[in-house]
Design a protein around this ligand. Sequence first.
Ligand code: 5GP
Ligand code: ZN
Length: 112
Amino acid sequence: MNDCLFCKIAAGEIPSKKVYEDEVCLAFYDIDPQAPTHFLVIPKQHIASCAEVKEENASVVAHIFTVIAKVAKQLGIESFRVVSNVGDQAGQSVKHLHFHVLAGRDMTWPPG
Ligand code: 5GP
Ligand code: ZN
């Protein structure tokens, strides 16, 4: 997508602090971390949000979750939270599917 920030990050047009990359997805540290460890995992293809996950692209999401597990192990994170905000009311500010992975502090439930 032409004007999508995370498409540009995925293409390397905007720099990011990468944690992991393969042909399907990219993991990089959030620019405004909300926990001692806070990285994002995005598909390289443009999917607007969890609300746009379909049978045709579900394998990308499944792959992303294997990457989350692998990167968490690599970083030595045993307890973490995975969040994906969908839509304005949930606080989605970038309309390209992304999973926040947060760790390194106590978390509250329910989330705000
Ligand atoms: P959302 O608000 O959509 O759930 O999450 C978007 C996230 O992207 C936010 O946590 C925000 O800090 C992060 N973010 C926005 N712009 C950039 C950027 O240019 N680089 C990086 N690394 N993170 C960004
Ligand atoms: Zn995009």
